[in-house]
Design a protein around this ligand. Sequence first.
Ligand code: ASP
Length: 332
Amino acid sequence: MIDRRKFIERVAAVSALSLVPNIIKSQSSILPLDLNTDNLPLFISTWNHGIEANEAAMQVLVNGGSIVDAVEQGVWIPEADPNNRSVGIGGYPDREGHVTLDASIMGPDGNAGSVCFLENIMHPISVARLVMDSTPHVMLSGDGALQFALENGFKKENLLTPATEKAWKKELIETGYDPKPNWENEPNKYHDTIGLLGVDSAGDIAGACTTSGMGFKMRGRVGDSPIIGAGLFVDNEIGAATATGMGELVMKTVGSFLVVELMRNGRTPQQAVEEAVLRIVNKVPDHKKYQIGFIAVNKQGDTGAYCLQPGFNYALYQNNQNILIDSNSYYK
Ligand code: ASP
């Protein structure tokens, strides 16, 4: 685990020196009449690592950063943690031993950026941010994303740690060097994306999502996390959603977009995430083997979380409290 105080100091220093290029301030929107600023600002994020991500994100807001800065820099914490097996450095590699990263970010102005199948970059979320801020595109992949990152001052790093190299070799032996991922038997063992959603005190919304994807995946496999509308979606008029778990199920149902559209049609965030999980149950025949979790927030600061199987939790930082909460699940 990295020293959090040092990391936050580094975050502040990096912001101040603008070493992460093209950080822009988010544009404030016109507040709807029913905006309940008592609930704001807030951050909600997936899994245990959400606590530290929320904390860093809130610190960025307190220091005067925008909501986009906050979600980006919040997820830097798990990305930089070598003991985190599902995000950034120390994330499980693919079946060929390469750590390949997916990340996406979306701001209140409706702009979005993402990278997928990116290797050797510690903070894929910041490459996604740069795609959003400085290119006319939404997604860069693989070698092109790496080239873009290197041209913009990001440094190449080895993200395979001794511990994950050992785990990878063990996995290959245990599965008899089967080229197919071993998700059938232990589908919930090898994942845990960080998805972080934030609403600032003006009601402006942003989200960030970053992952090393399913552990020991097929080479070239990309999950839901970098797909705008699947792993992450933000609509500043309505709210935001992000997903974790077996990305293929989320991609087949465009899960995060679905959650936001359900909120647009009047559902609360909780009703919306439950309906998105139900959609997977009804549409994806083999869903029972897998885990999926959604979190959502609306512009008023109401939140929701729901998952397929027991075991998903999330972190909510609201009203000066940053707490871990167990999500309810469809299967008990
Ligand atoms: N959704 C991610 C993926 O499918 C994995 C995860 O959330 O852990 O790549």
